[in-house]
Design a protein around this ligand. Structure first.
Ligand code: SF4
Length: 248
């Protein structure tokens, strides 16, 4: 009798072990954390050799805070090459808030045409120039909250001004940064603003300013919105390719 009881106990013990082994085998293996340092270092190396049409807006404008701000307003919903041309025409006539206010709104609109929504942007530029002259002693503020209070300035613009013009920490998240970091599975967000918040929590500080320039070039040259060139990608092994339906 005692022998039978012992056998039953032993048998149930080994059954439990077997089923826990099966359970473990069925459980999906957790992916290792995305190797962000390795990926950005690799992509920085790659983008130095990529021949992309325009690297970033930041690379095209000077470090003058007003020029960075105005060029960023022009760039919204506009191709980089069109923005660069419009910014060149505008700054040839007016490089400061005061000089911008000296131009009639209609002339401003003509100068920046054909950027998207050029009439609205002419109005926004006038409004910004006036607010900076009247409320900030003619100087673009170097503080995120103060920048966001200016009418027409969103988070992308404010971060670009902070990083490019003032060398202050900020993460400029545009469509490339948002798309690519989500494809990696490094963040899981629905909008560029959410991506910026997520990156502020986990991206090592030394990449904050650089990430925009690296991923804009990488997004233009390799990881495009439609059919990315995954076969040429140096970090393919680490990428979850979330949302990628077609690839080359
Ligand atoms: S593997 Fe493809 S989707 Fe992932 S980062 Fe590289 S190019 Fe983009």
């Amino acid at each position: 009798m005692l022998v039978i009881v012992i056998e039953v106990v032993l048998a149930s013990g080994s059954m439990a072990k077997r089923s826990s082994r099966r359970e473990k085998a069925r459980r999906p293996r957790a992916r290792p954390a995305f190797p962000i340092e390795h990926a950005l270092a690799k992509l920085r190396e790659l983008t130095r050799t990529l021949r992309v049409p325009v690297v970033t807006l930041a690379a095209q404008v000077s470090e003058d805070p007003w020029e960075v701000l105005a060029a960023c307003i022009l760039s919204l919903r506009t191709k980089d090459s069109t923005t660069a041309e419009a910014a060149r025409r505008l700054f040839a006539r007016a490089r400061t808030p005061e000089a911008t206010l000296g131009l009639p709104e209609s002339e401003l609109a003509t100068l920046i045409y054909p950027v998207g929504f050029y009439r609205t942007k002419a109005r926004v530029l006038h409004g910004l120039a006036r607010a900076i002259r009247d409320e900030h002693q003619g100087r673009v503020p170097d503080d995120l909250d103060a920048l966001l209070e200016l009418k027409g300035v969103g988070r992308k613009t404010a971060n670009l001004v902070l990083t490019q013009a003032f060398g202050k920490p900020g993460i400029c998240v545009d469509t490339h940064v948002h798309r690519i970091t989500n494809r990696w599975g490094y963040v899981r967000t629905r909008s560029p603003d959410e991506t910026e918040q997520a990156l502020r929590k986990k991206l090592p500080a030394r990449w904050w300013i650089q990430i925009n320039q690296i991923l804009v070039a990488f997004g233009q040259g390799v990881c495009g919105p439609i059919s990315p060139r995954c076969s040429e990608c140096p970090i393919e092994a680490s990428c979850e390719k979330i949302g990628v339906k077609h690839q080359r």
